[in-house]
Design a protein around this ligand. Sequence first.
Ligand SMILES: Nc1ncnc2c1ncn2[C@@H]1O[C@H](COP(=O)(O)OP(=O)(O)OP(=O)(O)O)[C@@H](O)[C@H]1O
Ligand SMILES: [Mg+2]
Length: 254
Amino acid sequence: MSYIRLVNVTKQFGDVTAVNNLNLEIGKGECFSMLGPSGCGKTTTLRMVAGFEDLSDGEVWVGDRLLSSPKKHYYTPPENRNFGMVFQAFAVCPHMSVYENVAFPLRLRKLPKSEIDQRTRDALIATNLLKSAEDSPANLSGGGKQRVALARALAINPDVMLLDEPLSSLDPHLRTVFNLASRPTEIRFTSETDPNGVRGTVIRNAFLGEIIDYLVKIGDQEIRVQIGRRDPGPEVNEVCYLHFLRPFWYKVNE
Ligand SMILES: Nc1ncnc2c1ncn2[C@@H]1O[C@H](COP(=O)(O)OP(=O)(O)OP(=O)(O)O)[C@@H](O)[C@H]1O
Ligand SMILES: [Mg+2]
């Protein structure tokens, strides 16, 4: 059953149609990615779901809650949605320490002091920032600032995490702290027409008894895929499309 539902969502900025009649359904627990060229409306869509941007038309639902509908005069402000959002241009406050940046939304929610401290520390550990807790984010690299934004979004225990290219400033080592993953046996080759298909190229395949073990390159990542030896699969150097059956996020313990 769908959890987040966008119904005929449209956003006009003057003459520019940033999002045109978008219909989207995302299940609870689903990790859903939007890919598209610059200017196609990804950020605008996320901002509308988060409540930072009004809709020109259409509706945004979460579960059985209608959050935005200009026609029905419905609008729930961001602070009442319990969503975490990491912005493309990471919005961290240079006048607060790293710790205070992460704790700030929890203080706004008036949580008990001990819970604020626990949640803040957990988020700082998860993003490898505990040692910078008392520093100003101004002294951190771009990737460091982005991790502060990520920690702040995680700390509120959000119902929905909205991530606008949140890992683009992280170096490859830190990207693996939160690893966009699937078991090799839970990836299938699919067709170009699959809307959830991710394009890649086969680097190698190896026959291992009952299974064929593939290495597929997607961007700068190499992904292992395993299928039954009788299942149809692509050849080495062939362009292919992967369907991730059960993608999940995991935290790598360093
Ligand atoms: N506040 C605004 N005022 C006017 N036009 C805007 C505004 N915000 C976005 N746009 C326009 O809406 C369109 C979609 O922009 P958006 O930022 O959502 O794209 P995007 O897919 O996130 O792009 P990128 O990959 O570069 O981040 C673009 O044409 C952009 O110029
Ligand atoms: Mg964007």
